[in-house]
Design a protein around this ligand. Structure first.
Ligand SMILES: *Cc1c(COP(=O)(O)O)cnc(C)c1O
Length: 450
């Protein structure tokens, strides 16, 4: 039997010129100047297949159980990580999340064509699965080659650690997570604990956890799973491709996404770039990045036309996954927003909590980060930037069930500094028919005016 060289090929490359190159199976996160790397694909090889053939291939693979192509990420394996062996792929068939028309909510904002991409409806409840399947698969391949990787570690605002722990457990690889103590939700904390990760709760914030994980990855032979590791971006970039595929290869006018460490907004643009470069589509959507006003370095930079970027000290926010003042991927994000005629807008605590609750009333079930994003959509719709007939896609990054404490506090009016406009506390009373009936009829009149 003749061994065939893989047709498709990718490698790491520095962002700075002259760009340094590294093989994807090298353990390297930065170029020699400390700058971020990106994964670059041999586009010439990918162009050897016609746009129509790519579309057909992706469509045929979707929603099937064929290993590993039934995954939304691995269904696009040639565009993601072509050199990985199928046996080394660690997947729980992430991706292919639902994209649906939020008719009633959209109408309340004056938007007729508003869609929600529910990235939280996935194995660990956030989009972090998309990147983690790629990173952990590469680690599995490295270990299969006999490379000395003792464990994989990340600093996390909650969701990254949940994904890392789950994918490592599935592959029997040790994982270590560094979390800011008492700053993540109970649901997020219990995920890595249940999946057997070594869980450190440190007396610091995310940026402080990041410093620790950088040290252990540089000095102690621990593999780094944070988004400065550009392998994760390769998985996350499938979200934009998937959205376009779900619209039968039609590009929406706007995609709105929350930003913290800014890996995901960069990933979104990177996936869309490939669609354009390979001729599957011929126009770009505009991208809006939504930040919490408590952690808004990109917003501040946008105000100054991206001429400067200054890290800040992030203040506490209900949108805990984006409480990041020194985002590692800011350069990639600025570049992405420039290419996609981008906008950065922010939302306050009160705005995000109110908007999440308003949208929940129309049947959604939003995490606080999606609350930030929806509040930004409201502002841009009111300003006329989003027009009523524009097709707008909101990327909802996590499942609301991860943030029940936030929701309960809202409905019991216990969020400091936030006036709950739409509280819906449970009605506690004795199990007495007459009393229940009286109360029920009163409430019906009060609430529904019937
Ligand atoms: C990680 C995360 C984000 C932010 O993504 P970045 O790549 O850090 O900008 C937003 N929402 C949720 C739920 C997340 O877990």
């Amino acid at each position: 039997m003749r061994l065939r060289r893989p047709r498709y090929h990718a490698w790491f490359e520095g962002l700075k010129q002259p760009a340094e190159r590294y093989a994807l199976d090298e353990v390297v996160y930065c170029d020699s100047q400390g700058g971020l790397l990106q994964v670059v694909h041999d586009m010439k090889a990918l162009r050897s297949k016609r746009p129509r053939a790519w579309k057909k291939l992706f469509e045929e693979r979707a929603h099937r159980n064929d290993w590993p192509y039934g995954s939304g990420v691995w269904g696009k394996k040639e565009w993601v990580l072509p050199q990985i062996e199928d046996d080394n792929i660690v997947s729980m068939f992430e991706g292919h999340t639902n994209l649906f028309w939020a008719e009633r909510y959209g109408r309340s904002l004056g938007l007729e064509d508003l869609w929600i991409k529910l990235c939280g409806v996935t194995h660990t409840g956030s989009f972090k699965d998309l990147g983690m399947t790629v990173l952990v698969s590469m680690v599995k391949q490295l270990r299969a080659q006999g490379r000395p990787i003792r464990a994989v570690a990340c600093a996390s605002t909650g969701d990254t650690s949940a994904a890392l722990a789950a994918y490592c457990a599935a592959a029997d690889i040790p994982s270590i997570v560094f979390l800011p103590r008492d700053k993540i939700s109970l649901a997020q904390l219990i995920q890595p604990i249940s999946n057997g990760a070594m869980v450190f709760a440190l007396d610091t914030d995310f940026d402080g956890c990041m410093e620790i994980v950088r040290e252990v990855s540089q000095r102690d032979g621990i593999y780094l799973a944070n988004s400065m590791n550009s392998l994760r971006i390769e998985g996350q970039k499938t979200v934009g491709i998937e959205i376009v595929q779900q619209f039968d290869w039609e590009v929406p006018d706007w995609i709105v996404i929350p930003g913290g460490n800014l890996g995901n907004v960069s990933a979104l643009a990177k996936g869309l770039d490939m669609l354009i470069e390979l001729g599957l589509v011929n126009r770009r959507p505009r991208i809006v990045c939504a930040q919490s006003a408590q952690a808004n370095p990109l917003y501040l930079s946008y105000q100054r036309n991206f001429e400067v970027f200054e890290p800040i000290a992030a203040r506490p926010t209900l949108a805990s996954a984006i409480q990041i003042g020194n985002p590692v991927s800011w350069e990639k994000a600025v570049d992405a927003l420039r290419r996609y005629d981008g906008i950065v807008e922010q939302a306050t605590e009160s705005e995000l909590a109110t908007e999440a609750a308003r949208a929940d009333r129309t049947g959604l079930f939003n995490c606080p980060h999606t609350g930030v994003t929806l509040a930004v959509v409201r502002k841009l719709a009111r300003a006329g930037t989003l027009r009523s007939s524009d097709r707008v896609v909101v990327i909802s990054t996590a499942h609301g069930l991860k943030f029940t404490d936030f929701k309960l506090r809202y409905h019991t009016m216990k969020i400091d500094g936030v006036v709950s406009e739409h509280p819906n506390p449970q009605i506690e009373m004795p199990a007495d028919y007459q009393a229940v009936r009286d109360r029920m009829l009163r409430e019906i009149e009060l609430r529904f005016g019937a």
